[in-house]
Design a protein around this ligand. Structure first.
Ligand SMILES: [Zn+2]
Length: 350
């Protein structure tokens, strides 16, 4: 499977926070032969271990969940009220296409209804819509029809836009945050037979990052790593009207090494090590500007007796929208960097 097909398969899977079963099953099937041990914990984290029981434990983490919506009320007329799951900007929701999953796993297409400008008053046109004003229309005529389809309070949904290949080495997908991180780890696991580490490596595919770094918190307690890397899709903002100091990362400038975000100040010795490894590969790389966003590294580094944890990210424009865009060369260079960090991890503090 080439990079485009891997990213397509991952991005198009359904996996709202708390409802990650389908994306987890896909990753499980794809990596099960690569791991010496594989387990799924009570929260739904998927942990694949290479070389269990060695003196040094390195954890890789990428989150499998994506932001989405949850049905919060069914109107008598068959419309669905919903709650946002994860950090949406409510202004982008109206008129977006959605997919709601029923109790038995069937998917129903629909749209987030928006009143046309023709019937809005001048005052209404000036106001930003709130989530409470919005609803989903899946073509049902009544509440009974909704319930008959197995959709009810608690049913999850995503903004459903299929993966696209753009010109110029770029791709667009609904869940590149953080399925691109999952893809980086999958590529590293595939590479292990060629350069097998002499320590324990645990790849954690984490649940519920988008609702507060929940899965990684429980996973880190189980894995008890000495060192950890969170692999993310992060904010690329090299777009018109954004000044340099508000642009955390830029597309095409390579993997982004974080010095700090809202959840962690990365140990400077780890930052220096990551920079040196990136320089040795002669690849493009960049710093992610502080302090935008939070990552699983935030909870991992505070687990147990404390963990040396860092973050490598692939820049993604329009993150937390159904159409994020990334540059495939950034993805390739991130894979190269993370592979090399794995093999040289014992060099930290040497
Ligand atoms: Zn993310």
């Amino acid at each position: 499977m080439d990079n485009i097909e891997l990213l397509r398969a991952l991005s198009d899977q359904f996996g709202v926070s708390g409802f990650e079963g389908e994306i987890r099953d896909w990753i499980y099937a794809h990596i099960k032969d690569r791991a010496d041990e594989i387990k799924i914990d009570a929260l739904g984290n998927l942990m694949a271990t290479i070389n269990p029981g060695r003196d040094l434990v390195m954890m890789l983490d990428a989150h499998i969940d994506e932001i989405g919506i949850m049905v919060s009320y069914v109107e008598e007329g068959g419309f669905l009220r919903f709650a946002p799951i994860g950090g949406w900007d409510p202004r982008i929701l109206p008129a977006k296409q959605v997919e709601i999953r029923s109790r038995d796993g069937k998917k129903y297409r629909g749209v987030i209804g928006a009143s046309p400008p023709h019937i809005q008053t001048p005052e209404e046109q000036k106001q930003a819509l709130k989530v409470e004003d919005l609803f989903v229309d899946i073509g049902a005529h009544s509440k009974d029809e909704i319930l008959g389809r197995g959709i009810e309070v608690g049913s999850p949904g995503v903004l459903r836009y299929p993966f696209q290949v753009l010109e110029g080495n770029r791709i667009m997908g609904k869940a590149l945050d953080d399925r691109v991180g999952c893809a980086v780890i999958i590529r590293c696991l595939e590479h292990l037979p060629q350069r097998r580490p002499d320590f324990t490596l645990v790849a954690n595919f984490a649940v519920s990052e988008e609702v507060g770094l929940r899965g990684a918190r429980a996973a880190a307690r189980q894995i008890q790593p000495n060192v950890a890397l969170a692999i993310e899709g992060t904010v690329g903002a090299d777009t018109p009207g954004i000044p340099g100091h508000r642009c955390p990362t830029r597309l095409g400038k390579g993997p982004a090494i974080s010095v700090a975000d809202n959840s962690i100040i990365v140990n400077p010795s780890l930052v220096t090590f990551m920079e040196e490894v990136a320089k040795s590969l002669h690849i493009a790389w960049q710093h992610k500007l502080p302090l935008f966003g939070s990552t699983d590294a935030g909870v991992i580094h505070m687990s147990g007796k404390g963990v040396l944890a860092g973050i490598v990210s692939v820049p993604c424009r329009y993150i937390h929208s159904p159409s994020s865009v990334l540059d495939l060369r950034d993805f390739e260079h991130t894979v190269s960097l993370v592979k090399e960090l794995i093999y040289r991890i014992r060099e930290i503090n040497k």
